[in-house]
Design a protein around this ligand. Structure first.
Ligand code: B12
Length: 454
């Protein structure tokens, strides 16, 4: 069967960090890996491609088009399914990805034939093998229009499968993480037991922390040609066993690369004795969610750390020579003074890069119910849920002022506080220029929103 796998293009209206973080469509590479023996399959990455889907369909002539999705992509994905059907009405459309897992109902539409709420090797291969002989039956994890999107009732989660990175060979140079270009992504262990109140990731992967099969990880690590690997684990510092397993594996395979990870303050402080060794093995930067200067908010978010723990973590990371790419969340009840406090706080932490996003109570999270009455947009306004737009009505200042404070804080902490010469030394002028260009793009969108907001 001829299968075209599509990553939708970035949508213009969303505030995204696409110019800093732009990685491969790992999920599609896994689907490719699982189906390539039996089917004719290709990945079409519309975040890079210049041509539209109809043109691609004309040349590749797929029998089925499978599209991956994130929250902000819903409308685009439905448009693409409609376009595929228009190009050839026999084409069978399939949607999968994060948003299909979190909110499959978003894709119940006449142009969408099947929604993969979750994917594992068995349902994937059975489905496509059945489809190629015209046999479709109700399958675990798959919601099909012909069955009125009814489930079999069996719950499940996405399986981390072996990816085939050669499937994106022609795009790979473009994939990067901040200044590290080109960069691959992979996962070392799934799940997160922390359950922070604002975070979707434990909802996606579950609260049980598990290492991915070591043979799969070894093969994957050996196959990656890029000089940088970003580990997308929710918290790489989840346990001593995990860190030790990683150190041992990298030493055993003698892989010399740059590594980037997500790490919690709690984990970094608990396992700080490994930081120097990790830095020696190539760990360049950790994405740390410092979130706020305010301990009451840290408690509200169920972060198992305080504002002063953040300071301690910043110090040990600095001493180990590991860069910090910090993220913060602006609380909807902040006043001008609170934004100022955040700026001063960031000055003491001195991360290399900071991003400040408005608190986003994503539909389905417990926090959504708490803020439901203050939401500026509906759950179905998919394009707004980009984690960049203000979703909760601010209580202390006007929406316009709030956007202005967000913009000011993001620019101030990155331009005035952070050490840009250090960035140029690490990433090279061209990459830093790209980052600056991206910041200006995001800033422009904030300007428009600040202008409109009242
Ligand atoms: C890597 C990553 C990215 C990459 C690439 C993502 C991609 N798929 O193209 C980049 C950097 C581009 C990115 C961008 C954004 N991201 Co992002 N990203 C991630 C991250 C770290 C990992 C995702 C991943 O690769 N998982 C592993 C793969 C294997 O899982 P998967 O894609 O779900 O695939 C599995 C199944 O779903 C299935 N599958 C996937 N697609 C398909 C298709 C078909 C046809 C089938 C059958 C099956 C199938 O196959 C896989 C096997 O199990 C997650 C956080 C996390 N750890 O989950 C956030 C995350 C997914 N991102 C998120 C967000 C918000 C964004 C942005 C909006 C952020 C922003 N404001 O800039 C942008 C939006 C991009 C855009 N459309 O413009 C949110 C998603 C929220 C949501 N409800 O969708 C997450 C969860 C982070 C968070 N805030 O909590 N992201």
């Amino acid at each position: 069967m001829r299968i075209l796998l599509v990553r939708p293009p970035r949508i213009e209206q969303a505030i995204t960090l696409s110019d800093f973080m732009f990685s491969e469509p790992l999920g599609l590479e896994m689907i490719y890996g699982a189906l390539k023996e039996e089917h004719d399959i290709e990945i079409f990455d519309m975040m890079i491609e210049g041509i539209n889907l109809s043109k691609k369909i004309e040349s590749f002539k797929p029998e089925t088009v499978g599209i991956t999705s994130l929250c902000i992509d819903v409308i685009k994905v439905i448009e693409l399914c409609t376009e595929a059907k228009k190009a050839d009405r026999k084409i069978i459309t399939v949607v999968g990805g994060t948003q299909a897992y979190l909110n499959p109902e978003a894709f119940y539409h006449e142009a969408v034939d099947h929604v993969f709420q979750y994917t594992h090797l068995e349902n994937l291969q059975n489905f496509y093998n059945g489809l190629s002989v015209g046999k479709i039956q109700k399958t675990d994890g798959i919601l099909s229009r012909i069955f009125d999107y009814e489930t079999t009732g069996v719950k499940g989660r996405n399986q981390y499968l072996a990816s085939d990175r050669s499937s994106t060979a022609k795009y790979r140079e473009e994939y990067s993480y901040f200044g590290y270009r080109s960069a691959a992504i992979m996962e070392f262990g799934t799940g997160c037991k922390k359950r922070c109140d604002f975070c979707l990731r434990w909802r996606i992967e579950g609260v049980k922390e598990k290492l991915i099969d070591s043979e799969l990880t070894k093969k994957d690590l050996m196959s990656i040609k890029e000089s940088t690997i970003m580990f997308i684990d929710n918290d790489f510092f989840a346990s001593r066993e995990k860190i030790e397993a990683f150190i041992q594996l990298i030493k055993e395979l003698r892989i010399k690369k740059n590594y980037i990870m997500y790490g919690s303050v709690e984990g970094i402080m608990a396992y700080k004795e490994y930081l120097e060794e990790l830095a020696g093995l190539g760990l360049k930067a950790i994405l740390v969610g410092y979130e706020t200067f305010n301990d009451a908010e840290m408690t509200q978010y169920l972060k198992n750390a305080t504002a002063s723990d953040n300071r301690l973590a910043a110090k040990v990371l600095k001493d180990s020579g590991i860069d910090v790419w910090a993220s913060f969340m602006a609380h909807p009840d902040w006043s001008k003074k609170d934004f100022k406090k955040l700026r001063s706080y960031i000055k003491t932490l001195k991360p290399q890069i900071s991003s400040i996003s408005p608190l986003t109570p994503f539909p389905g999270l417990p926090m959504y119910a708490c803020y439901k009455d203050r939401l500026l947009y509906k759950a179905e306004d998919y394009e707004k849920w980009s984690f960049g737009q203000v979703m909760i009505k601010p209580s202390q200042i006007s929406l316009r002022r709030y956007y202005y404070e967000l913009l000011k804080t993001n620019l101030y902490v990155n331009i005035c506080i952070n050490n840009n010469t250090e960035m140029i030394k690490n990433f090279g002028g061209k990459n830093v220029f790209g980052i600056i260009k991206g910041s200006i793009k995001a800033a422009k969108k904030y300007f428009v929103l600040a202008y409109r907001g009242n």
